[in-house]
Design a protein around this ligand. Sequence first.
Ligand code: FMN
Length: 430
Amino acid sequence: MSVQVIPVDGLPEVHPGDELASMLEGPLRALGARSGDVVVVTQKIVSKAEGRVVPDEDRAAWVERETERVVARRGELTIAATRHGFVCANAGVDASNVDGGGLTLLPVDPDGSAERIRAALARSLAIEGIGVVITDTFGRAWREGVINVAIGVAGIPAMIDLRGAPDHTGRALEATIVALADEIAAASGLVMGKAAHVPAALVRGVATGGARAGRGADLVRGPQDDLFRESPLQALHARRTIRSFAPGPVPREAIEEAIRAACTAPAPHHTRPWRFSVLTGAPARRGLLAAIAEAWRADLRGDATPEDVIARRIANSDAVLGQAPALIVPWVSFSGSHPYADAERSHAEQEMFLLSGGAAIQNLLLALHAQGLASCWISSTLFCQEETRAVLDMDDGWFALGTVACGRMPEGGAARPRPPIDLSSFARFD
Ligand SMILES: Cc1cc2nc3c(=O)[nH]c(=O)nc-3n(C[C@H](O)[C@H](O)[C@H](O)COP(=O)(O)O)c2cc1C
């Protein structure tokens, strides 16, 4: 098999409203386009034709508008996931190769754009088996340099699943799924040099093995399989207190992973003074919440709080803790603290252990977040130590540090932007 990658020359500058397929028709006819050929066009000309060009004024604001989720940030550079799920620099907002200045935004629906071009070319050139790939130039997380990838696909498979097929020794392939459309896109980059101003190419001779046509969206890895969702720094910023949960249980392994992370927190005197009571069964969760509610009700009655206010406050708390499929009660023990004769130092010893509990819980929350889970830390058990110890069968030496409610991320839960942090309120540099 040999593959040819042919530049499509002679395309005029593309403007908003232009019909790309009709502009491509002549040059493709001249190249003798035929069934099995793949026409590759850059995002840049698709975006221009579709009017996805904006003035180059507030670039940062455009990047923010095009961003669904920040993956990493450094200085001016934002690596962001777009609404399509592509992870790329500046959410695909790009200033290169735009005549007269301006920025291009990614097409709203690159697969739809590819399909429209494919259908129009199939009609005008009378070729049914023609494929279209729309490319953009992306950097890669682990490798230097940029490369063309497929963001829109029509008429050809985006991927070829070789799992189960024999390799040349006859051994069955276990994990190989070839990103065919990305390979075509990368090959087209060989003739579509940005500086050379060739925004289209014809790739001939690609073997698809009879696989069905796919879409660029097929190449976007889903969150459940994405091990690299955020940079560590970004994850610290992105964790939020989330008080509602999507239906469904939390996998036990995810909670175990989070507790392991919690147990890496710094603690005084080389201790690990924490325990975690994990309640995922409904009776256990109900038992804890009933004990907390009873203790709280008694406290509030002692304060002469009106019954309707008590009922409302308990109902509000239940609306969060009662909906969570997993409740984790973190505990700290002060038994490792050093004895001192004076109250000040004895108190400071206890505070150190308490602080380590806070550090462990922050790790727990961050690890839940890193696994795509929602959580919130609620004071609750802090105010009813005895009752919590009784219902969770803990010895007197343990101090409950509230309750962490955990569940699946609700729709849009991850996307809430955190207000900017004004450092002058928090830090002083001398
Ligand atoms: C010790 C502690 C107790 C908390 N108790 C509650 C609580 O009882 N109810 C609640 O809604 N949030 C509670 N929170 C969560 C804070 O309200 C939350 O961290 C704050 O709103 C900031 O939100 P963020 O975590 O998204 O930045 C508690 C946080 C801590 C550290």
